[in-house]
Ligand binder design. Structure first.
Ligand SMILES: [Zn+2]
Length: 374
């Protein structure tokens, strides 16, 4: 059931999945959107994931058998105690900026934290530091900018963030060196299916994983949910979490690039919004484990769950780090397509996220019933 590029049609009726959010079930999609809204509006730069972690802890504690935070900040959950150890991963951090210095007039100098295109930055509203001080990434007015300059992105090192401070001392008091700088975009539902928010990479994965940990039961499995730190800075939390949990198999639940817009043709589109979760074939950190990938495809075909392959071979996700843990872990990434990813406002389709949850649920169920061994 791989969808052709260009087919933005209905994903069909996938109601029968035992309490998980699905297309064709508006109240369940509303629940999914509500959780994603909370997660998207929370802030979590690499190394500053506390707000996201606290939120997930609150949501998950009543539903799991064990929940703890490891020494570097990963939130590790366990449900069940069956013989097959499965790790589901979603990273808590998002891309943003970090305060790196001060300029005359109480302005802040910044550096990237994670991969950000400088073209999306100038003029944006931001939140700075632990107290989430509002500010704006300064931009010279168009009246004082020569036409050649307007065609160029200002490098991040030349951008200045204005939080209304009048002196360097005032700025340093409100935003000490190392303070995180977040996009201030609030989550919105643009239609019954499409949502807009910051940090959908990877709060989509966090929401999907939270749904799987709270809604379903797999008695043959020890199901670990790992909400990891510092993915955007180099897949760091997942490396430690996978060593700790020692899983037999792992899936990273993600949001992934989607460039299905005019002027871009496959394979450069990478994925297509509304065409189902994307299974990674290869990226810069992993060629996904063939048997895991084949099983996901077989289950999607058998149960009519729409899916697509991610037609991009660059970048990387936590599955690349998990794959190399201990003596090696069979791993794959499944991701919801996300337009304008790593920018101040990304778009995603709730049906893709629901189908992602459905596909992972089928995979866990298949392992649970011993239909699939590695
Ligand atoms: Zn991600």
């Amino acid at each position: 059931m791989v969808r052709d590029v260009g087919d933005l049609g209905d994903l069909g009726d996938l109601r029968d999945i035992g309490g998980l959010a699905v297309p064709g079930d508006p109240p369940a999609l509303d629940d999914l959107a509500a959780l994603l809204e909370e997660l998207s509006n929370a802030c979590g730069l690499p190394g500053d994931e506390r707000e996201v972690r606290d939120l997930l802890h609150r949501v998950l504690e009543p539903h799991v058998d064990e929940i703890r935070t490891d020494p570097i900040g990963n939130l590790l959950c366990r449900r069940g105690g069956g013989p097959v150890r499965v790790m589901l991963d979603a990273h808590m951090d998002e891309v943003g900026l970090m305060v790196a210095g001060y300029a005359d007039g109480g302005l802040l100098r910044v550096r990237e934290c994670g991969a950000i295109d400088p073209r999306v930055l100038a003029g944006r509203s931001v939140l700075v530091g632990r107290d989430r001080v509002p500010g704006v990434i300064g931009l010279r007015p168009v009246h004082f900018t020569d036409p050649a300059e307007r065609d160029r992105a200002t490098p991040v090192k030349d951008l200045l963030v204005d939080i209304g401070a009048r002196t360097g001392e005032e700025a340093a008091a409100a935003a000490p060196l190392g303070s995180p700088v977040y996009f201030s975009t609030r989550f919105e539902r643009l239609s019954d299916r499409v949502v807009k928010g910051k940090a959908l990479d990877d709060r989509i994965g966090c929401a999907a994983l939270a749904r799987l940990l709270t809604a379903a039961d797999y008695p043959g499995l020890t199901l670990y949910g790992a909400f990891t730190v510092q993915e955007e800075a180099g897949l760091r939390g997942a490396q430690v979490a996978a060593y700790n949990l020692d899983p037999h198999v792992a899936l990273a639940l993600e949001a992934t690039s989607c460039a299905d817009v005019p002027g871009v043709t496959p394979p450069d589109t990478a994925t297509h919004l509304g065409a189902g979760p994307a299974i990674t074939l290869m990226d810069g950190t992993i060629v996904t484990h063939q048997r895991v990938r084949d099983r996901l495809v077989a289950l999607a075909e058998e149960h009519g769950v729409p899916y697509q392959f991610r037609r991009l071979t660059t970048a990387g996700t936590d599955s690349g780090a998990i794959f190399l843990a201990r003596t090696g872990v069979p791993a794959c990434t499944v991701a919801a397509p996300c337009r304008y990813i790593h920018g101040p406002a990304a778009l995603a389709d709730l049906h893709d996220i629901a189908a992602l949850v459905r596909l992972v649920d089928l995979f866990l169920d298949s392992l649970d019933r011993g239909e699939f061994s590695l």
